[in-house]
Design a protein around this ligand. Structure first.
Ligand code: NAD
Ligand code: TYD
Length: 335
């Protein structure tokens, strides 16, 4: 079976492609990615020569390019997105273009080509924010996004529902919590703090640092996506999370401790506008209906993650310096 992964050169996408090639030996994978600043073929260097893997550079908002790339694919995992909340606050326009219009194009072409499964990779951020005493998000809650990023993802999420209801496109929606692991672009909290700490630079902690996120190791998310593809029901929404709620400040201190760096590097800075206080996922639906639960234990997986960044400082520097673009030019020319 051939499947398409959009955004496969990003953080979750590159881990997901590696996961599929390892776990599903009879699957072929088309990685469809525009290679924005966040997409790096460096993250897939170890699988680039695998015969079951093919890379196509393209924009999810470009219907004819998507249609050509999607020929022969039985399924789509739609991950491509502008994904950083802080960037969406500076300029929301690319978020609407890629996350909303791009998703509509992907759904439309998937419908036209007749794919058997379309997995819309959404996020816990579509639910908005929780107070400390509220129960975790369930799939039935109304969407109350607070950032341009989460509003664009909520729109995409609802478009997947609309294409299921109106056109019977077999779309399934996953909403997962914050991922951590190898190959995350160093603008997100964990890789940014590792990079800064290694250079003895300040670690910016927004506001009082007491915001809570539910952290999941990226391979657990990859497993969740395959589980939904194979066992989920079209039209359904599935929450995923790591069952690991942590305050940002505690997470920062944990990583500094693993690195052997002092807490004096922590610098409290102005808060993010509209900063969500707490995310927490109720995953009872996927536990009972799909027999899924997170396998990785935070203390072990975060240590493994930190170790990966320590052993891959070249990757960190190449993706932040744009050196991968030169590599891409060498490999693929102007394609
Ligand atoms: P990322 O920013 O690391 O990767 C995004 C990828 O999409 C990049 O490779 C980029 O080149 C590609 N892309 C961007 N615009 C494109 C376009 N117009 N056409 C084709 N490709 C384009 O993001 P990520 O953290 O890997 O997240 C992947 C998906 O998972 C996103 O949809 C995100 O909303 C969702 N998600 C992420 C998390 C998380 O913690 N990172 C949690 C839940 C859901
Ligand atoms: P981030 O990795 O950007 O993910 P998201 O905003 O999608 O949850 O941020 C995780 C948390 O860390 C979030 O509460 C914002 C906070 N944060 C900081 O305190 N400092 C930083 O430099 C960054 C990037 C994030």
């Amino acid at each position: 079976m051939k499947i398409m992964v959009t955004g496969g050169a990003g953080f979750i996408g590159s881990n997901f492609i590696r996961y599929i090639l390892r776990q599903r030996p009879d699957w072929e994978v088309v990685n469809y990615d525009l290679l924005t600043y966040a997409g790096n073929l460096e993250s897939l260097r170890d699988v680039q020569d695998e015969p079951r893997y093919k890379f196509i550079r393209g924009d999810v908002a470009d219907a004819s390019s998507v249609e050509t790339a999607l020929q022969g694919c039985a399924g789509v995992f739609h991950l491509a997105a502008e994904s950083h909340v802080d960037r969406s606050i500076l300029d929301a326009a690319p978020f609407l273009r890629t996350n909303v219009l791009g998703t509509q194009v992907m759904l439309e072409i998937a419908q036209k080509v007749g794919v058997e499964r379309f997995v819309q990779v959404s996020t816990d951020e579509v639910y908005g924010s929780l107070s400390l005493d509220e129960p975790a998000f369930t799939e039935e809650l109304p969407l109350k996004p607070n950032s341009p990023y989460s509003a664009s993802k909520a729109s995409a999420d609802l478009l997947a529902r609309a294409y299921f209801k109106t056109f019977s496109l077999p779309a399934l929606v996953t909403r997962c919590s914050n991922n951590y692991g190898p190959y995350q672009f160093p603008e997100k909290l964990i890789p940014l703090l590792i990079r800064n700490a290694l250079a003895d630079k300040p670690i910016p902690v927004y506001g009082d640092g007491r915001q809570i996120r539910d952290w999941i190791f990226v391979d657990d998310h990859c497993d969740a996506l395959v589980t939904v593809f194979e066992k989920g029901h079209p039209g359904e929404i599935y929450n995923f999370g790591g069952q690991c709620e942590l305050m940002n400040i505690d997470l920062v201190k944990t990583v500094l401790k693993i690195l052997g760096k002092p807490e004096s590097l922590i610098k409290y800075v102005k808060d993010r506008p509209g900063h969500d206080r707490r995310y927490a996922m109720d995953i009872s639906k996927v536990c009972s209906q799909l027999d899924w639960r997170p396998k990785f234990i935070f203390t072990q997986a975060i240590a493994k993650t930190v170790q990966w960044y320590l052993e891959n400082l070249d990757w960190v520097e190449s993706v932040t310096s744009g050196a991968y673009r030169e590599y891409y030019q060498q490999q693929y020319g102007d394609r």
